[in-house]
Ligand binder design. Structure first.
Ligand code: SAH
Ligand code: SF4
Length: 343
């Protein structure tokens, strides 16, 4: 049985506390001390009786934590945090500054099984899923360094929906009013598009915003870029998104990485408009960020503008995303790049 109390949602703790013959308020103290006050040890939760605290310790329970190993600053205000897990696994998170707001881009896996060819994380060996505790702790550790985190985006290392249960539990924990209470509209999960999990997310206990990394208007181009392109046809992904949208009413963000000569031509924009017609979407165009060993090139800025205009003219809200954090390898798709051999 998992003995890390940080890994449990409030409901999990409540069940455990009641099963142990305690009053429900004990679960409130446990949860709020761990997730609001950053308690590191059960002994620190002083409103609980000494006997109950000792009982939890004797039963092997503890409060886990990840360790901040390195901090890298980019002149544009982006900060990359490198964290170490107790078993030696390393992951990264990135703080982006938007005016007076802090957005944290967090990781959900060490490595990634999806193998996208334009992504540094996809080239790393997959090590393991992160626990919900390890996911939320990235936010808590970053807050110690930079103050309140306003927005959380699950766009760091790994595919969030490939670690479904811990990712959803981590969203519940971050959103809980007894914890950090980050608004659900301020939490975004980005997926490369796993149809079954997208449908499952529509029925989950929490409804964060959803971003889908599409990168191509058809299956032929998508399969060239993403290993899962041949596994899940776009038709299936679109159907899953339709189901998701009917159930939640949420608009979906489409992420589209602009790659020179591959997916950035005007005819690609036209096909994309057709593909997206049945959905309520907005599109983020991201200039490809290169890393050592990456065989693709970014589209020229002019081409990105032409592409963006074509989408906007068709009535699709389109934003060209600024590239940030490149000098410290903290931009989209560069996480883990410093650990690649080619680099
Ligand atoms: N696995 C999830 C979330 C992590 S990747 C996903 O794929 O959505 C976060 C975003 O970075 C995705 O939109 C991804 O497509 C994009 N990305 C990956 N490599 C990139 C690169 N080299 N340049 C720009 N964006 C990249
Ligand atoms: Fe994984 Fe996302 Fe990178 Fe693809 S883009 S390899 S899904 S982290």
């Amino acid at each position: 049985m998992d003995k890390d109390l940080k890994n449990k949602s409030y409901i999990d703790l409540l069940e455990r506390v009641i099963a142990g013959g305690q009053k429900p308020f004990a679960a409130q103290y446990l949860f709020s001390f761990i997730h609001q006050k950053d308690a590191e040890q059960i002994a620190d939760i002083t409103p609980l009786s000494k006997t109950f605290r000792q009982k939890l310790i004797d039963e092997g329970f503890s409060i886990g934590g990840i360790k901040l190993l390195e901090t890298h600053d980019d002149p544009d205000g982006t900060i990359k945090f490198v964290f170490g897990m107790p078993d030696g696994v390393r992951i990264e998170a990135v703080r982006l500054r938007d005016g007076d707001r802090n957005t944290l881009c967090i990781s959900t896996q060490a490595g990634c099984r999806m193998g996208c060819k334009f992504c540094a994380t996809g080239q790393l060996k997959f090590q393991r899923n992160l626990t919900a505790a390890e996911i939320v702790d990235q936010v808590y550790q970053a807050e110690k360094a930079v103050g309140r985190i306003d927005n959380v985006v699950y766009m760091g290392m790994g595919e969030p929906l490939d670690n479904f249960d811990d990712v959803v539990r981590s969203v519940e924990i971050l959103n809980d009013k007894l914890g950090r209470h980050i608004g659900i509209r301020h939490i975004t999960i980005s997926t490369c598009g796993l149809p079954d999990e997208i449908k499952k997310l529509a029925l989950a206990s929490v409804q964060p915003r959803l971003a889908v990394s599409l990168h191509a208007p058809d299956d032929a181009i998508r399969s060239k870029l993403m290993r899962i392109g041949s596994k899940y046809p776009l038709k299936e992904i679109m159907a899953a998104l339709k189901t998701y949208q009917s159930a939640t009413g949420n608009r979906v963000t489409i992420e589209y990485c602009m790659i020179d000569g591959i997916n950035d031509q005007i005819e690609h924009a036209r096909s994309l408009v057709k593909l997206l017609k049945p959905l309520k979407v907005n599109v983020n165009l991201i200039e490809l960020n290169p890393f050592g060993g990456c065989r693709f090139d970014p589209s020229p800025p002019k081409q990105i503008q032409v592409f963006a205009k074509s989408l906007s003219d068709a009535g699709i809200e389109t934003v060209i995303r600024f590239k940030r954090g490149r000098s410290i390898k903290a931009a989209c798709g560069q996480l883990g790049a410093t650990w690649l051999k080619e680099d």
